[in-house]
Design a protein around this ligand. Structure first.
Ligand code: SF4
Length: 333
């Protein structure tokens, strides 16, 4: 019987939710994430193969107590082997919840295949339902493809379908109520996310960020919000019942209302590095050991050590805060 051990840190938190970035590439150019010309992508030979990704997930599930796996990017739908990786992950342990964070471009083509492969649900990033605003933020005129992808996910049973929206001051922060009205009508769970200092350009500015308080202000001009009954646990989103429910809306206030105390997340980058926090400044390399023929036990031990160094929180409010070198597009949601 393999020797299982928890991914615990010095603060007693245990990571059971694994976020796997399958690529740093993306087919959108969101202004708060990367420059219009894109980035220097990871060298192909540094990116984990499908077999390597599945092996690390298996080690996480079988030896380290991982109970949730979220596939992210960049944009995971651009990864050719995605459906197969999902199927093989599901086969490791069908009781492990699997999900996907995506911009939904092309989801209309693979939603059924992902559901058949065992994917449980999707989170779709969408900041506006206005064509011109979507185009301005993403630098691509692809709103209809996203809406089609969302509908396909709902029809394929990949629910509850969650929509993550970032409000940008002067761009779409006047559209919060409109987005919520639309999400309720479509049956999607909307969550607003405070913009985090993880952009590739390193131009994040706290004054420019739309805070949770401002988000509530904008929503409460039209809706009655009350805290949802269900306990939050380690979930990033604070949930609120809208107009007495059953519809809810979430706010993920990473900057102004951090939730690090209950964090149960650990991340694996597309090039095989463990990040014990979204804002970690150090990473632990598993790829080299993997390719050097290390055993599952050795890799598991290295992963456990990586978690021991996890800091209490992201430290954005500390004067000493330094934005990580690796951008959000190469870490994943
Ligand atoms: S910032 Fe780091 S510690 Fe805090 S919730 Fe996010 S991943 Fe967890």
């Amino acid at each position: 019987m393999p020797h299982t051990r928890p991914l615990s840190d010095r603060y007693g938190r245990v990571a059971t939710d694994l976020r796997v970035s399958l690529t740093d590439r993306c087919n959108l150019r969101c202004s708060y994430c990367m420059p219009a010309e894109g980035l220097d992508w990871l060298p192909d030979d540094s990116v984990l193969t499908d077999d390597e990704v599945v092996r690390l997930i298996r080690i996480g599930v079988e030896l380290l107590g991982i109970r949730e796996v979220r596939f992210t990017g960049g944009e995971p739908l651009v990864r050719r082997g995605l459906v197969d990786i999902v199927r093989r992950t599901h086969e490791i342990d069908p009781t492990v919840e699997t999900s996907l964070t995506t911009n939904a471009l092309g989801l209309v083509r693979v939603a059924d295949a992902l559901a058949a492969a065992g994917l449980d649900r999707v989170n779709v990033s969408l900041d506006s339902i206005r064509r011109e605003t979507f185009h301005a933020i993403t630098r691509r005129d692809r709103l209809q493809d996203v809406l089609d992808g969302l509908a396909a996910a709902r029809d394929a049973g990949l629910g509850p379908v969650k929509v993550n929206a970032v409000l940008m001051r002067g761009q779409n922060d006047d559209q919060a109520a409109e987005l919520l009205r639309w999400a309720i009508a479509e049956g999607y769970q909307l969550r607003f996310i405070e913009q985090m200092p993880l952009d590739a350009q390193h131009v994040w500015n706290r004054e420019q960020m739309v805070t949770a308080d401002e988000i509530f202000e904008r929503l409460e001009s039209e809706f009655d919000l009350e805290p949802a009954a269900e306990p939050r646990g380690s979930a990033p989103a604070e949930l609120f019942r809208v107009d007495g429910g059953p519809a809810t809306v979430g706010v993920i206030a990473s900057v102004t209302r951090p939730f690090c105390g209950d964090c149960d997340r650990v991340r694996l980058t597309a090039d095989g590095q463990v990040r014990n926090c979204l804002f970690a400044r150090e990473e632990s390399d598993l790829r080299t050991a993997l390719r050097a023929g290390a055993s599952d036990e050795v890799i598991a031990d290295r992963w456990v050590v990586a978690m021991r160094g996890k800091r209490a929180g992201h430290g954005i409010d500390d004067p000493s805060f330094l934005q990580p070198d690796r951008p959000m597009s190469a870490i994943g949601g």
